[in-house]
Design a protein. Structure first.
Length: 177
């Protein structure tokens, strides 16, 4: 499930980047890196955690550079599109794909160290969006309170109607006897 969500987020990021020029993509990447650095600097006080995060980000960057120079080795046995489809991609499309993949890789690495940092970065990147809708989801088996009152009223009306119908059937049967 996490891989699917990660892939969807990467596709969304890539489709957003495809709407930009190459210079705007570079500016967006610089802005993203600046936001990540700012959030990490402001929120990570522990020196060991900072060093661990720096090492993981360096490893992620090295992996990204290796993937850029050769055929990317995708984790978890994911398959690439056939060569014919990727061969017709423009340089802008390849660049947008690399930037989107690198952004998601950076966020995944940060999430492994501290999930709160990823949330703070996303809030900084998209200040108008609220991530609280995820935590406020309703339980599936329990309807909201106002619907319970409505359901109770409808059930009561149904029972009264059913009793009335049974009374009518009983009276009709009494007349026939």
């Amino acid at each position: 499930m996490a891989n699917i969500r990660e892939s969807i987020n990467e596709m969304i990021e890539e489709s957003y980047l495809l709407g930009l020029t190459e210079n705007e993509i570079k500016e967006d990447l610089d802005n993203f890196v600046e936001i990540c650095g700012k959030v990490i600097y402001e929120n990570v006080q522990d020196r060991k955690q900072m060093q661990k995060l720096t090492e993981k980000l360096a490893r992620a960057r090295a992996l990204s550079l290796i993937e850029d120079h050769g055929e990317p080795a995708l984790p978890d046995g994911e398959d690439r599109f056939p060569i014919e489809e990727t061969a017709v991609q423009s340089s802008k499309e390849r660049f947008a794909e690399k930037v989107a993949r690198n952004k998601r890789l950076i966020l995944r690495t940060i999430r492994e160290c501290d999930p709160k940092l990823e949330q703070l970065i996303e809030q900084e990147r998209y200040p108008g969006q609220s991530t609280e809708y995820i935590s406020q989801s309703l339980p599936i088996d329990q309807p909201p309170v106002k619907n319970r009152a409505k359901d109770l009223f409808l059930k009561t009306c149904y029972v009264v109607t059913l009793l009335f119908m049974l009374l009518l059937v009983y009276l009709v049967l009494l007349q026939n006897i």
